[in-house]
Write a protein that binds this ligand. Sequence first.
Ligand SMILES: Nc1ncnc2c1ncn2[C@@H]1O[C@H](COP(=O)(O)OP(=O)(O)O)[C@@H](O)[C@H]1O
Ligand SMILES: [Mg+2]
Length: 290
Amino acid sequence: MRKFFSYGPLSKTQHYYVPRTKLIEFGINQLVGEPYEEGGHYITVWAPHQRGKTWLMANVLWQLMDDERFDVLKINLQHLQSQPSAQIVLQKIADYISSHLSIQPMPINNLDEFMQLFGQGHLSKPLILMMDEFDSLHPEIIGEIVRIFRNIHVTRYEYPLPTEQKPYLLHGVALIGVRAVLGLDNVSSSPFNVQQSMHIPNLTYEEVDSMFHWYEQESGQTVEQGVIDRLFHVLQGQPGLTGWFGELLTETYNKHNPTIAMKDFDLVYKTAVQALPNANILNIVSKAKT
Ligand SMILES: Nc1ncnc2c1ncn2[C@@H]1O[C@H](COP(=O)(O)OP(=O)(O)O)[C@@H](O)[C@H]1O
Ligand SMILES: [Mg+2]
């Protein structure tokens, strides 16, 4: 049987989830571009923790992987968080790209060499690149990478050739993180301006409702509608907290009565707020309302 889950990206086979098809489609369209030949967009995906950014963009990745016209990669940068050397960060990104695309590794000693990584001489197909936890990098390194991408974007624009013939093959980019990187979104000359950012909302009432009805079907237990309503009212569809409360209601504090009732919710809420190690809960709950 499926479970509610709140510890990172969900599995479509093991957990209750919301398909978020429209958002996935939006991400795909942005990165692929219309018309495709002119290239995709360079977008940012900024949203608070546990909004489902990683899950969504992983789904974008999986669908894009079926397209033969381009390569697509998603790199998680969190492990480079405490790395102060731009050279090492750029080299690691380059190594990741080269090894995943099975192309010749390239030594990166400076920004120019990093830029050449995306050039015709090195890549063989247009590339869509997603960088998760991008904002965990040092601000200076962020600035350097963004400048390179901006440069590539402008150069691509200036060559009126189809995407696969442009001097740089970086077709689309998604920078993913929890906070807008300073000076990135509000510079109008930046490809990463506000218009190109992808908003990730909380789950809607219907979406939260659907997960609990799914649970009812699988478990044979009913969930009082009032519980779902109250849960939505308190958490405002914040994806991670919704999963966590789902887990508490259907597993941890489930008394296995035929119905999960309001008094069960009250107990879960009280325990969640007071006792569990997730000290941030009040903070998150209050943020979820904004
Ligand atoms: N499509 C979804 N349907 C239901 N819950 C989701 C969905 N996406 C994310 N969540 C919830 O949010 C949590 C965090 O998801 P994740 O993709 O890691 O978010 P982020 O990258 O924004 O921190 C998941 O563990 C799950 O509880
Ligand atoms: Mg994430």
